[in-house]
Design a protein. Structure first.
Length: 286
């Protein structure tokens, strides 16, 4: 099966599946993700795979060779040592994308504002991001959301968005700190949504936005998700943790089917992915 990728407005991939008679199909849910690409070996294998988007986490820490300390490195808290710094990560991906037609997109998940502020002060990082002709997503949990762990502090929303504006073609991927407990049957609240929309308005966000939302909570938030997406240029990125179990997948399908394949990215474990109607949607773009 032949698949070609190109970029529309730096945001969407068009998947044109030649085996299906040259029809253009825009199903964002079919875009594939590598998760926590936080070390050299996994970055290399992800680049050499058919995966579209590389998701990676950034914290402040030191490089394993001890050459640099107190810089943005690839890692998930509580880790603070990595064989890959953020500047190395973006330059390796950028070099790869210069040499390959099937370009990889990147989603950089900043775990604290210090890592982000330090990143955007770095000239190499800024130069690469400014010139990137592939999807670049800047992600942070900027608000406190449902069942959030008391110690998981949101990233400063104003500073994050202000910094994101330096890269107007990048996608701002914005989420809430959350927890999960299927027995509680809670989802995103109206006030979570209002708060997010107010942040966008107050900070005069004009660049592409996707909301990063947790699958098990989305299942309980049909009205809230519709309200969240009231600006029809915004999209949803549904993610799920491997241990998030026991929620109602039919309800999740109901919410997602109502929003549709043009507006939902799906970055969830394969087992959940295989149960989502979106993935089997045959909706074809005219
Ligand atoms: C990178 O991955 C390729 C293909 O999987 C492999 O052949 C190569 O040895 C790897 N290189 C490094 C430096 O790990
Ligand atoms: C990394 O974490 C350890 C253990 O929490 C801490 O002692 C150390 O100071 C941290 N190092 C850096 C560079 O942040
Ligand atoms: C909708 O979002 C886009 C992209 O962020 C922004 O430019 C536009 O101003 C927003 N529209 C409204 C009505 O807020
Ligand atoms: C989607 O299609 C795959 C492969 O045909 C199948 O295994 C899966 O169960 C289907 N999922 C849904 C939700 O229909």
């Amino acid at each position: 099966m032949l698949r070609s990728h190109c970029i529309l407005f730096g945001l969407l991939f068009i998947h044109s599946d030649i085996s299906q008679g040259y029809k253009m199909q825009i199903n964002l849910a079919t875009i594939t993700w590598a998760h926590a690409v936080n070390d050299k070996a996994y970055l290399n294998s992800s680049l050499n795979s058919g995966i579209d988007m590389l998701e990676a986490d950034i914290v402040i820490g030191r490089t394993a060779d001890n050459k640099e300390n107190n810089i943005p490195i690839m890692g998930h808290p509580p880790n603070n040592v990595s064989d890959l710094s953020l500047s190395q990560f973006v330059s390796i991906v950028d070099e790869f994308n210069k040499r390959n037609a099937a370009k990889k997109g990147i989603k950089l998940d900043f775990k604290c504002i210090e890592a982000f502020e330090s990143a955007i002060r770095n000239e190499e990082f800024s130069a690469i991001l400014s010139k990137a002709n592939y999807p670049v997503w800047l992600n942070a949990d900027i608000l406190e959301g449902p069942l959030a762990h008391p110690q998981s502090n949101p990233v400063d929303a104003t500073l994050f968005i202000k910094g994101g504006k330096l890269f107007p073609r990048s996608v701002l991927s914005l989420g809430w700190t959350t927890g999960f407990d299927a027995t509680k049957k809670v989802g995103y609240t109206e006030s979570n949504v209002r708060e997010m929309l107010r942040v966008l308005e107050t900070n005069e966000v004009r660049q592409p936005v996707t909301f990063a939302v947790r699958a098990g909570l989305v299942a309980e938030s049909k009205n809230e998700m519709n309200k969240l997406l009231s600006n029809n240029t915004h999209t949803l990125t549904v993610w799920s943790a491997i241990n998030d179990e026991g929620f109602d997948v039919d309800k999740l399908n109901d919410v997602l089917d109502g929003i549709g394949i043009r507006r939902i990215y799906v970055d969830v474990p394969d087992e959940l992915k295989s149960q989502l109607n979106l993935l089997n949607s045959t909706q074809i773009d005219a």
